[in-house]
Design a protein. Sequence first.
Length: 440
Amino acid sequence: MKLALHWPRTLASRLSLIFLIGLALAQGLSFAAQSYERYQSAKMTMLGNLESDVSTSIAILDRLPAAERPAWLQRLQRRNYGYLLSAGEPGQPLDGEDVPVSMYSIKNALGRDYELAFNNIPGPRQHYQAHLRLADGSPVTIDVRPALMPMSPWLPAVLLGQLLVLILCAWLAVRIAVRPLTRLAQAVDSLDPNTHGVHLDEKGPLEVVHAAKAFNALQARIGAYLKERMQLLAAISHDLQTPITRMKLRAEFMDDSAEKDKLWNDLSEMEHLVREGVAYARSIHGATEASCRIDLDAFLDSLVFDYQDTGQDVELTGKNGALIDTRPHALRRVLVNLVDNALKFSGAARIEVQAQAGDRLSVKVLDRGPGISEEQLAEVLKPFYRVESSRNRDTGGTGLGLAIAQQLAVALGGSLRLSNRQGGGLCAELILVSGNQASL
């Protein structure tokens, strides 16, 4: 089983990983260099002290009477070496390349005055001994026990503290570097022609200010572009209304005939298409309708009663009692489009209201019509797409009703989802947020 290492996906985690690895390596190298320099310096000092101390100690023992020498052994004892007034322990001669450095220090201190022999003493703690004889022929053994240089107990704590400070500084640096990108990503995600754009704060480092200004300028250009297109469509629709009306008036004075009926139907289709096109353009760009708090149950009751008063088979099930902040005219347009679609294909519609997790509300418009194939459920929400293949507006429509409902649902801060019902029919579910503050 192989352990796969994956590169972090977020910029913050990548920068943090790079900083932490780099700082850890730099700190490790710095600590190693400092420890090595400290070791070399301490080693040279200790070897120098060893030479001086050994030469002094042997000189003292050589000048003392033989009877007084044992009393001085305790005074001359050191942590890593001591003196024995004997021939020492048997061992192997110490020679070759792998010999302790301290052996050369002892040679430098005593080699000119005394004949030295070095033996390696095996055992649980390996050490070596230097053998010599004093001026009176008495044997003396220097028992050397090499040991690693002790580390100060506070040094690991200082190293850990430095690493923590470096980690904190790296985290702050990554956060400062990534925060503008996070704000920019959030602003791009919220960039919607149906809502008022978020104006980025043009403060901070020069690069951040430049990016914020560029985004704000882009957002302003997109808004101006959409506004210009909406005004263009509005002007075209206004200009088309006049010739269509004139042609309808002229058709009124024509003799009754099949050609007159065809012309009248064509003009009616043109008028309907112009109105739907303008409605779709306005749904994309949004509207100036003010948000207000409404009683959703009362709002739906009013909508259903209006249909029932005209003899339409529309019913409402489920009560929620929710008060929501929304654009009532835009919400009514969404539901009217969905109910009209259900009535067109099934002759009846049912509206269901349900509360969902959090502050979400579900408003479903159900029918028992022919439904829509699964591969076309997403396509019908696109403008000018019609499931009905014929060109008859009475059956196929303009292909803008569901597209307008979709755009307005997004503008309300919700969503629209279509699905087929078990047993046949279509379910159009509008998800709303209670207390929604989205603006059109």
